[in-house]
Design a protein around this ligand. Structure first.
Ligand SMILES: [Zn+2]
Length: 443
């Protein structure tokens, strides 16, 4: 399986300008190729072949007066830039034909000089790791790397990224064998929310850290500073880098936290079951900021990646599954309840439930049932076959495998307003839909 390992790199002033030049060239080549393909499409001509495109926008272009500067940078990142365009087109065509699932993918767009994030990919011939630990990039030089952990194997490619905060990263793709952990009996269902981040079916609770909310004051201050600077001035560029840095800090803290939590869950359980949350639908509402701050998609993605790597299972329960209406003791469907109710007694068996814990137990049961019945398809209407996690190229950063993560015990009632977040949310979607017709979960 492919994993990504990222390290901070510190290019010198000269290397930074060489990188900037290469970022620019890669962008121009990409845009030229895109223009060429658009032209062919407009003229009703067949999609040009990749080799022909490369010949025209790199090899031939270098010989012209207006593109002669393309020769001053390494050719490898330029070719990789064209590969990215081909991938973008392939995704578009697959999406149109239905071969690719999920959200529709649009046509590739032109890259702008003002894009905040810049990146370059070097393949095997374009980079080398020196004996002294420096990263040699073709036509850039030996760049200093902070090796925060060891690479597990020889990398196949490296992407150099410049973030809007001004930080440089080298992200290596490494091919590694999965490390199957010893089997466990423990399986867990997870109910995600905003009041508490997650309630697990074993009764443990993960509090919502609300990193963005906590940093809001600081973010506001730097944003205000930015708004007062004259457009196009150097001070404005400085202030905008400050804003990007503040945001990057929040994102880093959140990512680190998510890694620790997901690692400890994957280490301690054989199978994890989650609800399929409609994050996209929620992130447009009144709670957009809180939903974004929670990072549910990343939480799920990290669980799936780590499960694939360590031989565990992640099951996704269909979002139509009424996890908060069923009694986890007797299976009686009690119907929807007012949103403020955190605890309720089953009308059939009388057991008193904590809403989230009951939901987590239902998710566990539904996930296990789906898993057992997976070959034959869903047993109940509205319950999907759990997705088996697939090895993914995107990164797992397992710097903290030994960390246990701080799971604290104790669920229970919650105030109606906590940390500025309204907890009177729709039970199925945890959203502000009021549990009514508009709920994105009820479709
Ligand atoms: Zn009951």
């Amino acid at each position: 399986m492919h994993l990504r390992y990222s390290y901070r790199v510190y290019p010198t002033v000269g290397q930074r300008s060489a990188l900037a030049r290469t970022f620019g060239c890669a962008r121009v080549v990409y845009n030229d190729a895109l223009a060429m393909r658009k032209e062919a499409r407009k003229g009703g001509l067949p999609h040009p072949r990749a080799t022909d495109v490369q010949k025209q926008v790199i090899t031939a272009a270098k010989k012209t007066a207006e593109r002669a500067w393309l020769a001053s940078v390494g050719v490898d990142p330029l070719i990789q830039s064209l590969r990215d365009l081909d991938t973008a087109y392939r995704n578009f065509f697959d999406s149109v034909s239905g071969k690719r699932q999920g959200r529709k993918v649009g046509l590739p767009r032109f890259k702008s000089k003002r894009d905040t994030r810049q990146s370059l990919r070097f393949t095997r011939n374009g980079f080398r790791i020196r004996g002294n630990g420096k990263l040699n990039l073709a036509k850039i030089g030996d760049v200093r790397v902070k090796w925060s952990r060891a690479l597990p194997a020889e990398p196949t490619s490296v992407t150099v990224v410049l973030e809007s905060s001004g930080r440089y990263y080298a992200s290596f793709v490494v091919d590694v064998e999965p490390e199957i952990l010893p089997r466990l009996d423990a399986e867990v269902g997870i109910d995600l929310g905003l009041t508490t981040y997650a309630v697990l079916s074993d009764g443990s609770v993960i509090d919502n850290p609300r990193f963005l909310r906590k940093a809001e004051k600081k973010l506001k201050a730097v944003q205000r500073e930015l708004s007062r600077k004259a457009k196009g001035s150097k001070n404005r560029a400085k202030a905008s880098r400050k804003v990007a840095k503040a945001h990057a800090k929040v994102a880093d803290t959140r990512m680190d936290w998510l890694h620790k939590k997901t690692t400890s869950i994957i280490r301690e359980t054989q199978a994890v079951y989650l609800e399929d949350l409609n994050v996209r639908g929620l992130s447009r509402g009144r709670l957009a900021k809180s939903v974004h701050d929670a990072g549910w998609s990343t939480f799920r993605r990290l669980l799936e990646e780590k499960a694939a790597r360590y031989g565990r299972t992640v099951g996704i329960v269909n979002r139509a599954f009424p996890s908060s209406q069923l009694c986890s003791e007797c299976g009686h469907r009690d119907g929807p309840k007012p949103l403020a109710i955190r605890e309720w007694a089953c009308t059939a068996c009388g057991v008193v439930h904590d809403r989230d814990l009951n939901a987590a137990r239902n998710i566990l049961a539904a996930g296990q049932a789906d898993r057992l019945n997976a070959p034959g398809g869903p047993v109940r209407p509205g319950v999907a076959i759990p997705l088996q996690a697939q090895p993914d190229e995107r990164g797992t950063r397992l710097s903290d495998l030994t960390g246990t993560g701080g799971r604290t015990a104790g669920a229970g009632g919650a105030p109606a307003l906590q940390g500025g977040v309204d907890v009177n949310l729709c039970p199925p979607c945890h959203g502000p839909c009021g549990g009514s017709r508009r709920c994105p979960w009820r479709r």
